[in-house]
Design a binder for this molecule. Sequence first.
Ligand SMILES: Cc1cc2nc3c(=O)[nH]c(=O)nc-3n(C[C@H](O)[C@H](O)[C@H](O)COP(=O)(O)OP(=O)(O)OC[C@H]3O[C@@H](n4cnc5c(N)ncnc54)[C@H](O)[C@@H]3O)c2cc1C
Length: 395
Amino acid sequence: MSSLFGLTADQLAMRETALDFAQARLAPNALRWDREKHFPLDVLREAAALGFAAINASEDHGGVGLARHDAVVIFEALATGCPTIAAYLSVHNMCVWMVDRFGSESQRREWTPRLATMQFLSSYCLTEAGSGSDAASLRTRAERRGADYVLHGEKQFISGAGAGGRDHLYLVMARTGGEGPRGVSAFLVEGGTAGLTLGAAERKMGWNAQPTHALSFADCRVPASNLLGREGEGFGIAMAGLDGGRLNIAACSLGGGQAALEKALAYMGERTAFGRRLDEFQALQFRLADMATELEAARALLWRAAAALDASASEATTLCAMAKRVATDAGFKVANEALQLHGGYGYLCDYGVEKIVRDLRVHQILEGANEIMRLIIARALLRNPGPDRRAGEDR
Ligand SMILES: Cc1cc2nc3c(=O)[nH]c(=O)nc-3n(C[C@H](O)[C@H](O)[C@H](O)COP(=O)(O)OP(=O)(O)OC[C@H]3O[C@@H](n4cnc5c(N)ncnc54)[C@H](O)[C@@H]3O)c2cc1C
């Protein structure tokens, strides 16, 4: 990373720990995990032992209690070793934070410690086949029957699903009321619950080291005590999770882009053409300069958005959307440029750049596609079109 601006001594130390872990435990294995579609649970649990599984959860039940700004510094560093594994950790952290933030005292006591160690894995279950961007139109239903809720429906594209077997916690958004966001509630569903079935593993362009599955719920009965928050609050809980989730996914894009830039720099210092090293051509130097500048600009916005979320600023959601859009576009663009600068070798798997390109592509689509980020930003602008509309005017 190219700037220390704004980082405290503690943040620098965290970043060092995350970078060391990424270089020692993720980077050397990332290509093999991608090729073999291997989800490295043992290595994830090592990351959890360093505190990387419950970064923003409060300390009373085993979380680390760090700020959002700390988290984005950590996720960028982890993603330099493998964006896919860092991204799964980001999804898991989002789920842990949701349980810790919105759970009852007994839910937090029961779940946070086991999620913080990754004894239990977790998945965020919002998307359905018929509702992705328009998530509030979801159709999975949860009906109250005595002391239980009974779930019926299907979820699509669930990251990490199945990986924990019975030791897996699904945060499932399901409809308990009428149409629209206010009819949605959030539930904790354990792996192995009768009526919960895993679909086949999706074959994907990237993110091959973590599984993605559809889930179906048929007469899937959970105790009423597994309701997270109150009935009708589920959509708000899901969106609150995504504010932080988007920051962390954005950070993973920066880490991947940074790693690709560094690969390009190293390669261009060795490769010659027309009697000169590639890094001696000014046209290519300018490309490198633009790549570094785009990452740095995105990083500045990301840290700004994280600080706004830490301060519960009124414009935090808008800034998170801006940062997610800018950083995921920048990370992908830089990785793709790095591939081009490697020439034909960039297209070969062994050089590791094409994997970064494949992994980062999906960050522009998930946790709200970048078009939806524009929708969020535009709606905020149009709601408040006066002279004080600049993000940062937190009045
Ligand atoms: C690998 C992977 C992992 C995922 N993991 C998870 C997970 O763990 N949990 C989970 O719940 N979901 C997950 N998702 C789902 C992801 O969040 C959705 O794919 C995403 O929200 C887009 O929804 P969609 O695919 O239905 O596309 P659609 O909503 O059908 O959108 C199609 C296109 O239209 C655009 N579009 C839609 N509406 C508008 C509009 N109003 N204005 C302008 N453009 C619009 C979209 O931006 C997109 O480009 C994952 C997806 C993938 C690919």
